[in-house]
Design a protein around this ligand. Structure first.
Ligand code: SF4
Length: 281
């Protein structure tokens, strides 16, 4: 697509991040976006390299801080399609505080988390979504604590769009990202993106065999809070699809009247601003 840069990814062959990124690029194109109106803010980690591999405006946030940077970009220019991408360590460990507040602000950005349940770039330490018995370099007997459930965190914070995807189901992954882009408000797409080098438990085969696609469940209504909560807290199954959507929730931009591109605001400090600064210093 137009969104592919000329940089060759240095991800390991077979890494799930390839499929996750391809779906993002296709979904951006199919929803009418172009590299000229798209801004990708990446975190730190293997997934954080995505801003280099996609052709759009892009920058790295510092570790765990991609969401506040993305928030700033969107507030500065609400005309941009802002996509924030990172990993499970970046987003749910060091960035957990930012995650919760970005969700509750309901700012209109799409957050794609490449969840491989391990730290890949730093060579295989346990992450917040690692299984309790998963033996890693930092947890020889497993983390021995329950993993973070990012979907439940998002729901508890008042999330208006909560989805889960899988990098290997190309068509379905693209559809889910398209829906996230089209949602007015903060969209979480937790995307299983297997790490073929350091995680031999949460593999392609595991996700292919275990994920239940909500599209196949005719009675499931993503707008029904209780049904969604039941799926999100289901300890026996893992789901793919949009688990919850509240189309009536006002986005931050709607509730705060944010509609002005700051690049179009005339030069010079707004009236009274300098008086305020003098008062402080
Ligand atoms: Fe992907 Fe894992 Fe390799 Fe990182 S270490 S590029 S997450 S396969």
């Amino acid at each position: 697509t137009d969104f592919k840069s000329d940089k060759q990814p240095t991800w390991c062959p077979g890494c799930g991040d390839f499929g996750t990124m391809n779906g993002m690029m296709k979904a951006l194109a199919s929803t009418g976006n172009s590299p000229d109106n798209t801004f990708v803010v990446a975190g730190i980690g293997c997934s954080g390299k995505i801003g280099t591999y996609m052709r759009s405006y892009a920058l790295h946030g510092v570790h765990g801080r991609a969401l506040p940077v993305g928030t700033g970009v969107k507030l500065a220019n609400p005309d941009l399609e802002v996509m924030v991408a990172g990993g499970d360590g970046d987003g749910y460990s060091i960035g957990a505080g930012h995650f919760i507040h970005a969700v509750r602000r309901n700012i209109d950005i799409t957050y794609v988390v490449m969840d491989n349940r391990i730290y890949g770039l730093t060579k295989g330490q346990a992450s917040p979504t690692s299984r309790p018995d998963f033996e890693t370099s930092t947890t020889p007997e497993g983390p021995q604590q329950p993993p973070v459930n990012p979907l439940a965190l998002a729901m508890a914070a008042g999330g208006s769009f909560i989805a889960q995807s899988f990098s290997s189901h190309a068509q379905r992954h693209q559809e889910i990202i398209e829906e996230a882009i089209e949602h007015d408000g903060f969209s979480l797409v937790n995307t299983f993106s297997p790490c073929v080098t350091f995680n031999d438990v949460d593999t392609y085969d595991y996700f292919r065999d275990s994920l239940v696609d909500l599209k196949e469940e005719e009675d499931f209504d993503r707008h029904d809070y209780d049904q969604a909560k039941g799926k999100i807290l289901d300890a026996d199954k893992e789901y793919m699809g949009v688990l919850y959507q509240n189309e009536n929730a006002q986005s931050y931009e709607q509730s705060h009247g944010v509609d002005e591109n700051m690049a179009e605001i005339p030069d010079g400090a707004p009236e009274g601003a300098m008086d305020l600064v003098r008062e402080f210093y």
